[in-house]
Write a protein that binds this ligand. Structure first.
Ligand code: ACO
Length: 378
């Protein structure tokens, strides 16, 4: 059986920077509160679509791998920021890349979507279904953020990154994966306003309400990521000392520090981006991986650990054996169009379309999950 080497990587960060000070111009919050509770100082707001971010990231990853898009067998679009439900977003990336031969699928497990996608594409290569794949982690949360809710609005940012996987006989790539879902706590993170359940309830598209119990998520995230990390290492006969770099999901610096402590890895061997990008959901792990490579933090032949958690509450820990190459084979000329507005102006434009008085949000209280399940179960 073959393995699935990671042969390319590329990120696409929207240039507009939203600072903690920007947020405090329209929310009752402060740089001091956000920094001390989360470690975040800045995040990005995109002026383009999630498909555009994904296409640039994927083009850069393909150039890095030296792979022609026309030779691509599979595109996995990992994230919960879709332009539309039908057609899917991966097909939009396929057209934009000119990857005419590639299968195209969206995969949504919220913040773990990239890691789940990486595990799924690896399995498809190892079983011989495809020879190569691009796996994207992307989010455009600014468009469906409830900008009137300081509990969540300060935490998230936009971004995208991608990796290329190629079949190889060498034992490398994802060699261990623990995937799970702490579904008992699924109600602790819920974005109301998306989905069929809201049809006919007078909901204005993009006008969301977030149910968010930060403390519940915090505790469960630490437990799930720590246990998954310990298990994936044990299954491979490794210990924390064998891990050269942890590339974790970046939801909160305190969560990352707690997971590193439980897993027994000192923070010097943990790669952190949360201060400059916030929580980009599915994009956090691949963006951090790209930057770790750019900064020379990934050594040839080393072990990387990728723990993550997300809405659901899904979680994972991936164990990756890196190959020999840590530098790109080529560069893509593809880039984003210039941005003409500041991040605060972009956000204020989104806010202007949200109803601050809850008029259209009335429909967001219905149906509850129990109600929609009752329809199915009778
Ligand atoms: N600015 C100022 N005050 C705020 C803000 C804000 N932006 N947000 C909340 N507060 C207030 C609260 O109202 C509360 O006030 P009160 O004491 O008067 O009631 C106070 O700050 C303390 O709130 P806590 O919930 O105790 O703060 P905590 O230390 O738990 O930190 C946080 C909150 C950052 C959300 C933390 O719980 C956390 O990181 N949770 C998990 C992160 C997470 O869930 N990320 C997204 C998950 S989704 C994903 O990644 C898939």
């Amino acid at each position: 059986m073959s393995y699935a080497a990671i042969t390319g990587w590329g990120k696409c960060m929207p240039p507009a920077v939203l600072t903690n000070e920007d947020l405090s111009t329209f929310l009752e919050t402060s740089d001091e509160w956000i920094t001390s509770r989360t470690g975040m100082k800045e995040r990005r707001v995109s002026h383009v679509s999630a498909v555009e971010l994904s296409t640039v990231a994927a083009s850069r990853a393909l150039a890095c791998a030296g792979l022609d898009p026309r030779d691509l067998d599979l595109i996995v679009y990992g994230g919960c920021s879709n332009e539309e439900q039908v057609p899917n977003s991966a097909s939009g990336v396929q057209v934009a890349l000119g990857a005419t031969k590639a299968a195209a699928m969206d995969l949504n497990t919220a913040c773990t979507s990239f890691c789940y996608g990486l595990a799924a594409a690896t399995a498809m290569i190892r079983s011989g279904t495809v020879r190569n794949a691009v796996v994207i982690g992307v989010e455009l949360i600014s468009r469906y953020m409830d900008w009137s809710n300081r509990n969540v609005a300060v935490l998230f940012g936009d971004g995208a990154a991608a990796v290329v996987l190629q079949a190889t006989e060498r034992e490398e790539g994802v060699l261990g994966a623990v995937l799970g879902c702490d579904a008992e706590a699924r109600a602790s993170l819920r974005v109301r306003g998306f989905g069929c359940g809201y049809a006919g309830h007078g909901v204005t598209l993009g006008d969301t309400l977030w149910d968010f119990d930060g403390q519940v998520i915090f505790k469960r995230a630490v437990a799930a990521m720590s246990q998954a990390s310990t298990r994936v290492l044990a299954e491979r006969g490794l210990t924390a000392d064998d891990v050269s770099l942890v590339v974790p999901h970046q939801a909160n610096l305190r969560i990352i520090e707690a997971v590193a402590k439980y897993a027994g890895v000192p923070m010097e061997r943990v790669f952190v981006t949360v201060h400059k990008y916030g929580n980009m959901s599915s994009a956090t792990v691949p963006v951090a991986l790209c930057e770790a490579l750019e900064e020379g933090r990934v050594r040839p032949g080393s072990w990387l650990l990728m723990p993550a958690f997300g809405g659901g509450l899904t979680y994972n820990a991936l164990l990756v054996k890196w190959g020999d190459r840590v530098t790109p084979l080529g560069e893509s000329p593809r880039t984003l169009p210039p941005v003409t507005e500041t991040a605060l102006e972009l956000v204020n434009r989104i806010r202007a379309n949200q109803d601050p008085h809850g008029r259209s949000k009335a429909g967001l209280t219905a149906p509850t999950f129990a109600e929609s399940l009752a329809v199915v179960t009778g």
